[in-house]
Design a protein around this ligand. Structure first.
Ligand SMILES: Cc1cc2nc3c(=O)[nH]c(=O)nc-3n(C[C@H](O)[C@H](O)[C@H](O)COP(=O)(O)O)c2cc1C
Length: 172
């Protein structure tokens, strides 16, 4: 796991290669194995591989989502908010875990923040996506994870760049 973390970077450029069904199954397993507070599992996941939908989803906010158009897959990570007061944490854990598992099977990925983001001045990104993917009102959308085979290579962050001053021992 630490080796995966050492090499982890956000990948926003993808090849045209389709993700094999066995790998899609692994990604499904990864999100479903994510731990959630009190084991409530408030999340719901929407796997989007339809090219037209990916193109529309890429427009969900003015910045930071356009690369979804070139992704092989987008995973919408949502939660039924009434089920848990910590759904943001639960969705975030599923988001990062699926990114790490994706990396472990040769895929690149990038988190696209949806919660608290806007499509335009009139509509938030969540409602734009809700309409597009037919998401019921009780669900909130935390993120979309864009995935695909990497078409860019990024260097790992060197150890000397880590902000060790942010780690304190025993008290602040
Ligand atoms: C909570 C969260 C939200 C993020 N939202 C976006 C986003 O909307 N669009 C994007 O391109 N990258 C997004 N990222 C990726 C970060 O920009 C990226 O992790 C950061 O710049 C560090 O780069 P690295 O992942 O390559 O180490 C997000 C990452 C996190 C953890």
């Amino acid at each position: 796991m630490i080796e995966l973390l050492r090499n982890r970077r956000s990948i926003r450029k993808y090849t045209d290669k389709v993700i094999e069904p066995e790998k899609i199954e692994i990604l499904k397993e990864a999100v479903l194995r994510s731990p959630s507070s009190r084991g409530i599992d408030p999340w719901e996941f929407i796997f989007v591989d339809n090219r037209e939908l990916l193109k529309q989803l890429a427009l969900c906010k003015p910045h930071g989502a356009s690369f979804l158009e070139g992704a092989a897959l987008g995973i919408g990570i949502c939660a039924e908010v009434k089920k848990s007061d910590v759904w943001v944490e639960d969705c975030s854990i599923a988001s990062i875990l699926v990114q790490m598992v994706a990396q472990s099977i040769g895929l690149g990925s990038c988190w696209i923040q949806i919660r608290n983001r806007n499509f335009n001045e009139q509509m938030n990104s969540e409602d734009y996506i809700r309409k597009l993917l037919n998401i019921p009102d009780g669900l909130k959308v935390e993120s979309i994870i864009a995935l695909g085979y990497p078409a860019e290579k990024k260097e790992p962050v060197p150890r000397e760049n880590l902000k060790y001053e942010k780690v304190r021992i025993n008290c602040y």
